[in-house]
Design a protein around this ligand. Structure first.
Ligand code: DP6
Length: 322
């Protein structure tokens, strides 16, 4: 019997992953860039056991069956194939952030699963191999394997589509203030959303322009150029949501409070407070700012109507065995 536990952070995308060239392999239509979120994490323990009849999953102390378990078994099957291991596994996973906070948990979950399951099966995978394995469970999970500021190269096949660190967490004291506006469950999950991306007439333009945005974002991070960073992350987020809103059927993740925060953030920035917004497949707004301004940004966000809570995170490290 072999047990390993691993911890991984969620991440916030600055250049978004939206749409796949291959939905099964999760080969993305475009590359993406993100930052891991320190302080927030998923911890997962995997035990392969010859006596287990089936795979099992306990998530935040609740047994999970059906599609949730199938998605985990899919990764375990890949690991069993690589390790030539027949055993079923017990998976126990916990998030330290509230399920309803609107922080995508699949990135941290599949990064922690890829690391703990491969180690428990006796494999010693490279960072790239772990990123590929995590990607098969959830695309954004590929980016929760390496440390700090991360770029997932779109690649062309299963072997070359993985994420690498472009700068360590300590490179830039950037803070993410997550304004939680809607704690409810999202109506359409990312997986279904990716499948709709191609139905928007705007997706082709968004994908064609992605190398340019990736380059601007990469350079802004490497130079710690907040003004350039602010402009490109807001553009990229708005472009993804434009694709979502013009898909068939259309997806509208924003709430009234989401839009209120956009306007406030732009006013604050125009008045000299460095901050910028980005939104994933939900209504909550991630407001990025230099660490020195985080206190002021958090306070201002809390004072806005419709903001229920604000979570604050710095750049986080790589997925690791604990
Ligand atoms: C809007 O990685 O959650 O957060 O591969 O189907 O699990 P699956 O999708 P997921 O998609 C993330 C979408 C996004 C943008 C991003 O994180 O890049």
């Amino acid at each position: 019997m072999n047990t390993f536990s691993a911890l991984a952070h969620p991440n916030i995308a600055f250049i978004k992953y939206w749409g796949n060239r291959d939905n099964t392999l999760r080969l993305p239509s475009n590359g993406s860039i993100s930052m891991n979120l320190d302080g927030l994490f998923t911890r997962t323990t995997v035990t392969f056991s010859p006596s287990a009849q089936t795979d099992s999953l306990l998530l935040n102390n609740r047994p999970v069956t059906g599609p949730g378990l199938d998605r985990v078994s899919y990764i375990l099957d890949i690991v069993r194939g690589m390790a030539d291991l027949p055993d079923r596994a017990e998976v126990v996973s916990e998030n330290n952030f509230p399920a309803g906070a609107g922080i995508a948990s699949s990135a941290a979950a599949f990064a922690a699963l890829a690391l703990s399951a491969s180690k428990a099966a006796g494999l010693n995978l490279s960072e790239a191999q772990l990123s590929i394995l995590a990607r098969r469970g959830s695309g954004s999970a590929s980016r929760s394997i390496p440390a700090g500021f991360v770029e997932w190269k779109a690649g062309t096949n299963d072997e070359d589509s993985y994420a690498i660190s472009i700068a360590p967490p300590e490179h830039w004291a950037l803070t993410d203030c997550v304004a939680v506006v809607n704690a409810g469950h999202k109506k359409t999950g990312s997986t279904e959303g990716h499948a709709l991306a191609g139905t928007s007439p705007l997706q082709a333009a968004r994908v064609d322009d992605a190398p340019r945005r990736l380059e601007i974002c990469r350079q802004a991070i490497l130079r710690r150029d907040f003004a350039a960073f602010a402009e490109i992350i807001e553009l990229d987020s708005d472009m993804m949501h434009a694709v979502m809103m013009t898909s068939h059927p259309p997806l509208m993740y924003w709430q009234a409070a989401t839009l209120e925060i956009f306007h406030a953030v732009r006013e604050w920035r125009a008045a000299g407070l460095p901050c910028a917004y980005t939104v994933d497949a939900g209504a909550n707004v991630h407001v990025l700012c230099p660490r020195e301004q985080a206190g002021a940004v958090e306070k201002r966000l809390r004072d806005l109507p419709g903001v229920r809570d604000v979570l604050v995170a710095q750049a986080g490290g790589a997925a690791r065995i604990v």
